[in-house]
Design a protein around this ligand. Sequence first.
Ligand SMILES: [Fe+2]
Ligand SMILES: [Fe+2]
Length: 355
Amino acid sequence: MATGVFFVPDPDLLVMERASPYNLFINSSAVEGRDHFVKIFPIGDTLTKADYIQLKQKYQQVYISEIERGAYLRAICQYFGKSEAEKVQILKSSALHHLDSIFNVKTDEVSVDIINQTLDGTRQTVEGFVELLKGYELNQLHELIGSLSFHDFYTYDHSINVSMYCILIYKLSTPDASPDQIINAGMGGFLHDIGKIKIPNKILNKVGRLTDEEFLEIQRHPTFGKEFLSQRGVKGPKGANVDLIRDVVYQHHENFDGTGYPTRLKGEEIEFLARVTAIADFFDAITTKRSYAEALSVEEALNLMKKSRAKKIDPRIFDSFLLHMTEKYHEKESNLVLADDFDPCQPHVKLKRTG
Ligand SMILES: [Fe+2]
Ligand SMILES: [Fe+2]
């Protein structure tokens, strides 16, 4: 018997007459509340229309495991002729689903099983992002992100955006990267703030300046994230590099000049992918529109980030990022000031202008 959560797929959007990208299940129990899911059609087999009609007649409904929602959604994008905008929205809903399933658990319930399910789901979602972004240049991605509907919990949208930026920045800085390395880059970005599960919502959602104590509490999220991913039995899906993802989660607030947190690593002591993520994190934080903060234009954001070159962020990775944003960028002295307590993962502090 299969355990876990299952959903009913849209029959018009089921892959038929070709190798199935997901497993199909039936519920063999007629007793309400005592579901008994059994795999009836394995991944890779070809479901014909006749098979499906027979299954429906016999069992009323077929199901897919929640874990495979990403594969289901990607197959819709691939085989059912959706527009680009629809594809992104479908992928985003899958991504939100995975974030919701982890952010909505109570802190003391973040078990190894939940982490492993999240890693599986994240990989599938990120595979979808990588596929979608094949046709995108870095300077188009900001527009794509701007066209998506946004959720009222900043961390969700931010995680999705950072994942997509990480994929493209990593590809630019590592042209010979393997597909798995690119997926790991996207997974690191997607999960970089996972430690925020343990930060109280009243701090995460606070509008305005945080108290010193609150800021110190927020600064614990890389350590919390590392702890989640260090539990015995945490195992990513095939191809996922959990050690690398853990480094990204733990080090994404380290600054290139050694002034960051939690351990004040410096320069190349910081994992390369964590340095990529720091740039993605920073850029998304200042260019995303939120209810309480003005979003900078790409040009303003890049001019501001330039001030942090070799301080907060890796100069070489930033230069390759800048090079690919040239269409949107003209060099100009920025009159924006980055406060000492500016934190891309919690950008509640409004940026001030001089002059
Ligand atoms: Fe963070
Ligand atoms: Fe962040």
